[in-house]
Design a protein around this ligand. Sequence first.
Ligand code: ZN
Length: 241
Amino acid sequence: MKTSLAAARLPGLSGVPVLDQRPHVITSSFNGVRRLLCLGAHSDDIEIGCGGTILQALQQSPKLEVYWTVFCSNRERAIEAERSASHFLRGVRRKTIVVRSFRDGFLPYIGAPVKEAFEELKKTYSPDLIFTHFRHDLHQDHRIMCELTWNTFRNHLILEYEIPKYDADLRSPNFFVPLSQSICRKKINWLMRYFGTQRSKQWFSEDLFLGLLRLRGIEANSPTRFAEAFHCRKLLLGPSR
Ligand SMILES: [Zn+2]
């Protein structure tokens, strides 16, 4: 990811430097990111947590390679996951979608094969940027996915996404991606379209997804009013390796 710091001073009309009134924040773009890894415990997690950011990244960098993997599913949910991932990654030239069939809710209790799946992934794919679950997510499957991500990938930029839920475990994120209204609309429409098994759940609703995007948009001072948010625990500033 390229980063740039908004200049503190700009030349004024008279040639005398004047104070730049733009917000002084470090901004990044997807330039330089070539390989994304998207990790989700369940079939809809990646889309809920970072679906808009992925669409934005693909818009900015159409040559991105994407590895998208979901760990828990049954037959019905695997079909949903594959259809949705294929649609989100339409037009991506190099993509891998892997939907595993670990038992929903049991990832921490069947640990060894889950750990082995991460080890196998490390040998086959070297990402520049990883999206995974949040460390303090209260769903046990989400939490173990995050732990294994950090165990497995030690020289990578990892962004942890958020999943709103009954457990009330949302915190204050520190990394934001402003999203256009059209990308937000696509994300929500496709979530509602592809995850029929979830539509009856009270939390799985358009207004929830839009509300969180709007809230994070306020926190990001997003020019579009909407944003997705992440927790970034480690970020290196300096020469690339
Ligand atoms: Zn989940």
